[in-house]
Write a protein that binds this ligand. Structure first.
Ligand code: GLC
Length: 567
């Protein structure tokens, strides 16, 4: 008779044994993922909850690596106190480092990795992210986003690798391997490995402007969570390959998209979720919903839950009203609306992943040390990645690399960690705060890298004393931080107040360089002649020295546009 606690038993035998011991209520609890603000460790213990997440900014107070580790450990220990002691899967969005945690290395956003175009670099960044994430006890990352972006007006453009299917496939596969393989021969069973989550299935980057029905905080989304209108041949050729590669590379969890395909919500799409992803492509693991996404399936909650679970969703990311979900799913099973076989399949998938991740055997001392968060070698890697993602858009008269002479620096983004990191940093939407987290501003990087005795004067508003002129003017233009549909933006023009800074600094320097600190391309064609050089630095993350390395020529420009730049 096999015993699920026996690690020498085959996973299938352990799953079968454990499934046979679970009550229906405990099975449903394994399919339930509340947000940490909505559930206590004692409730996790009492119910045998399967998972808890921190949404963007779901931080302990104070927010430190140690308080994160204590928080996650408290929930995991609670789960291990439950009747059958099933360990918890704690999930976060570590989309450019363990970005909720103050002091973690903030890597450049994914679009930079797309511009660098090097799968090995993407793998290394993911590996470092996994170590910092696992060190806090979090072994599940809702990343990589494998969207093939078609419209840069989308607020999630910077979370993607780009608009080319082959490049997105290669880079996202490498990133997944970086998360899931610690190089110790143990695969996902290593306590230094993190479960990745290719997302958002399917075609989230191909929705059309104006098709979103989502509203949040009084703002309309326009393209995020919208409708993709393509035929199946296009769907399969353009948007499916990153998932096929991920499943082949060992993905055991996929997150469906809020969006729709020809009017049918992905969270209700049985053909794509079950027949294609689980059947045809052979995903052995489980599907976790997006944030309350099941609720959008039908105005009647019971119908929404039954439809989504029957379509193939296995775990519900139900941040707030998880009690309602549990009661509703229980009723759906008792009424026959959801067959018990579907529940056993969902729970079997979740348990398979937990066994294959070695969670039952994991001990606290197995995790990476907390000192790995923000470690020098990780910051050096972040600096390398951000530098390699920078793209030279225009360079007249050899303005770059910067030569000698005094330098005037302007633009708020030159001296603001919050602006250089963008959304999904400490807070869900990020924040315009100079010292949002530990790091180096671009200005501090310029001062570090510039030749000795170089006079560097900074004015965010380009107001420089007297009538002195600089040899070089550096203007950093930016977007305010945003995430998801709150970043959907129809007008990609440079804002007038930032265009005004171009002219102000133009008047005070021999050669002018404009650097974009943005999550996507902006419309600059009409302004190109106003400056000798233009650079896309995207959202470089905590290591602003990367920008200085490239502007001063310590690191060459090697980045290439990861997506079409609108005219
Ligand atoms: C968000 C995003 C998804 C993220 C999840 C948890 O709404 O759509 O990418 O993983 O919720 O934060």
């Amino acid at each position: 008779m096999s015993d699920y606690r026996d690690p020498t038993q085959p996973t299938a035998a352990r799953v079968a044994d454990l499934l046979g011991r679970l009550t229906l209520a405990e099975k449903i609890a394994q399919m339930t993922q509340p947000e940490k603000y909505s559930v206590t460790p004692d409730e996790v213990a009492a119910l045998g909850m399967g998972s808890v997440l921190s949404g963007g900014g779901g931080n302990p107070k104070p927010n430190t690596p140690a308080t994160w580790a204590a928080m996650v450990s408290e929930y995991d220990e609670a789960a291990r106190r439950s009747r059958l002691g099933i360990p918890l899967l704690y999930g976060v969005d570590a989309v450019h480092g363990h970005n909720n945690v103050h002091g973690a290395t903030i890597f450049p956003h994914t679009i930079s990795l797309g511009a660098a175009g090097d799968p090995e670099l993407a793998r290394r960044v993911a590996r470092a992210t996994a170590l910092e994430t696992a060190a806090t006890g979090v072994r599940w990352d809702f990343a990589p986003m494998v969207s093939v972006v078609q419209d840069p007006r989308w607020g999630r453009t910077y979370e993607a690798f780009g608009d080319d299917t082959a490049a997105v496939t290669a880079l996202s596969r490498a990133y997944l391997l970086g998360l899931q393989d610690a190089g110790d021969g143990r695969g996902l069973a290593s306590p230094h490995a993190v479960l990745g989550t290719p997302k958002h299935y399917l075609g989230d980057g191909a929705t059309l402007w104006g098709t979103s029905k989502m509203e949040m905080l009084g703002l309309r989304f326009h393209i995020d969570q919208g409708d993709m209108r393509v035929d199946e041949a296009t769907l399969r050729a353009k948007y499916l390959p990153p998932y096929a590669a991920a499943v082949e590379a060992g993905a055991l969890c996929v997150m469906p998209s809020f969006s729709s395909w020809n009017g049918v919500k992905m969270h209700a799409h049985r053909y794509l979720l079950t027949d294609v992803l689980k059947g045809e492509m052979g995903l052995r693991g489980f599907l976790v919903s997006d944030w309350q996404a099941m609720d959008q399936i039908d105005p009647d909650y019971a119908t929404a839950i039954a439809t989504s679970i029957n379509a193939g969703l296995d775990m519900n990311m139900v941040p707030y009203d998880w009690r309602r979900f549990i009661a509703t799913l229980m009723a759906a099973i008792e009424s026959g609306a959801v067959p018990l076989s579907r529940i056993d399949d969902a729970v079997g998938r979740i348990l398979t992943v937990k066994f294959e991740m070695g969670l039952f055997e994991q001990r606290p001392g197995d995790l990476p040390p907390l000192s790995i968060l923000g470690a020098a070698e990780h910051r050096a890697l972040a600096r390398e990645a951000a530098a390699r993602g920078m793209v030279l858009l225009h360079n007249d008269g050899g303005a770059l690399p910067i030569g000698g002479g005094p330098i005037f620096v302007a633009g708020e983004a030159a001296d603001n960690i919050g602006l250089q990191c963008g959304g999904w940093t400490i807070k869900w939407q990020g924040e315009v705060t100079r010292d949002l987290t530990v790091g180096t501003t671009i200005l501090d990087g310029l001062r570090e890298v510039a030749p000795p005795d170089t006079a560097i004067t900074y004015s965010p508003t380009a107001d420089f004393p007297g009538d002195a002129r600089a040899a070089v003017g550096l203007l950093f233009v930016h977007e305010l931080p945003y995430a998801e549909g709150l970043g959907d933006r129809e007008d990609l023009n440079l804002p007038a107040e930032q265009v005004a800074l171009i002219d102000k600094l133009r008047a005070r320097c021999e050669r002018l360089v404009v650097v974009l600190i943005t999550g996507r391309p902006l419309l600059i064609a009409e302004h190109l002649g106003r400056a000798e050089a233009w650079v896309a630095a995207w959202l470089p993350g905590s290591e602003g020295g990367a920008v200085a390395d490239v502007l001063f020529g310590r690191v060459p420009f090697t980045g290439r546009l990861p997506l079409a730049w609108p005219g």
